[in-house]
Design a protein around this ligand. Structure first.
Ligand SMILES: [Zn+2]
Length: 419
């Protein structure tokens, strides 16, 4: 790949770049423009702020079969479609299976991917999610791959905490920072997902504002929406946001419910919340099965080409891991919403309003609730939420943990508001 003839227009990269990732897109674009594409990039930032789009843009740029005169990736050839769906053999994503990347994976799957020849691809894009979760042994094994890069390989390392990577790795990568999304980034992105404001009106504004507040409350909300909105049209996007709003309503109703009904509400509420988390895991597994069937139809065993080697097993493994994590993720965002709500109630008592609040779309309800709850109880409840979240991360029985948390909140809020 060389020369201006193979350039995508800057527009393609701008489209790929969402939120604060435009600087990264420009850097990648310029590197290709000057034909000085580094063989290793380090994208530093929180998960899900544009890394995937950049990897797809890079892979489709590198391997498009039908680039037009200005050589934009066409977006509809086999190579572009497979890249976008993450099933192109020349775009591989490695995620840690568990807490960390294992040295066996680096020596096995990663090395195979880097060394294997891929006849249908000009360049291979190998993406390592959470590269900062390689232990030292894995990093040393990876360093060997970086030191002798096959000409066709571009590594994309993603890290939140680059300080955990060896200096020898850092010095071989070109670093680009991807800033976390602010509320305006989320708002603009959601607006585009709903069709740029055409036809939705006031309902869409409310949907978007609710989702923006959800994203402020928990990074897990934003990651989930980024996943669920990928590749869907405005109508489905509205359904996704309505589900977010419903769940958020339930979470923001917890304090009031516990204050009104007291300890009697604890057991059924904990059961319901855990049930919702399980349902979301199952719904995701169903969606994965449908996605798999669609991919089979497009590329599968029936067709003349069949699956590229290793790709099907890789996708199945990834789907399984994502579904497994969904239950925990849902419980985490339940606690984040509850914690954010309590924090808002304390803040409102101290006179805060507007954007100083997480749930800025609920100012009136917050002011009303804050009047009948005592700040001391709210602060104690906030501590209990933090404690519960930490012990949930250590993998305790979720229903029991939630019961304990809700009981401690119910006891203090109910007694005090009854008094
Ligand atoms: Zn193409």
């Amino acid at each position: 790949m060389s020369g201006v003839a193979e350039l995508p227009s800057v527009g393609v990269w701008a489209e790929a770049a969402v939120g604060g990732a435009r600087a990264a897109a420009t850097a990648l674009h310029d590197a290709i423009a000057s034909d000085r594409l580094s063989h290793a990039w380090l994208l530093v930032g929180p998960d899900g702020v544009g890394q995937h789009e950049l990897a797809v843009a890079l892979a489709s740029h590198a391997n498009c079969r039908e680039a037009s005169v200005d050589a934009r990736p066409c977006g509809h050839c086999d190579a572009c479609l497979r890249s976008a769906r993450d099933v192109h053999p020349a775009l591989m994503t490695f995620e840690p299976d568990g807490a960390a990347h294992r040295v066996e994976d680096v020596r096995g799957a990663w090395t195979d991917a880097a060394m294997r020849t891929t006849p249908e691809a000009r360049r291979k894009v190998l993406r390592i999610v959470a590269a900062d979760r390689m232990n030292v042994a894995a990093q040393n094994a990876f360093l060997k791959l970086l030191e002798e890069p096959p000409a066709s390989v571009v590594w994309i390392l993603e890290a939140e905490d680059p300080g955990r990577l060896l200096e020898t790795i850092l010095s071989r990568c070109r670093r680009v920072d991807l800033p976390p999304w602010g509320s305006d980034d989320v708002r603009a992105w959601l607006g585009a997902q709903l069709g740029g404001g055409a036809g939705g009106g006031a309902e869409d504004v409310a949907r978007i504002e609710s989702a923006v507040c959800a994203a402020r409350s928990s990074g897990d909300w934003l990651r989930g929406m980024r996943r669920d909105l990928a590749g869907v049209g405005p109508r489905e996007a509205r359904e996704v946001l309505d589900t977010v709003a419903r769940l958020r309503d339930e979470h923001l109703g917890l304090v009031d419910l516990l204050a009104r009904e007291g300890p009697g509400a604890v057991v059924p509420t904990a059961k319901r919340l855990v049930g919702v988390a399980k349902e979301r895991r199952e719904a995701l597994a169903d969606r994965h099965a449908a996605e798999m069937a669609a991919l089979e139809e497009a590329y599968g065993v029936e067709g003349p080409r069949g699956w590229p080697p290793g790709v099907k097993a890789r996708i199945e493994k990834r789907f399984e891991r994502i579904a497994r994590a969904e239950e925990q993720r849902t419980l985490r965002l339940t606690l984040d919403d509850l914690g954010g709500h309590l924090r808002d109630l304390v803040a409102v008592t101290a006179g805060a309003d507007g954007d100083a609040l997480i749930n800025a779309d609920r100012v009136e309800a917050l002011q009303r609730d804050a009047l009948r709850l005592h700040p001391v109880d709210l602060l104690a409840a906030l501590d209990a939420v933090r404690e519960c979240r930490a012990s949930l991360d250590r993998n305790g029985a979720p229903e029991l943990q939630l019961e304990r948390l809700l009981l401690s909140i119910a006891t203090s809020l109910y007694v005090r508001s009854a008094a």
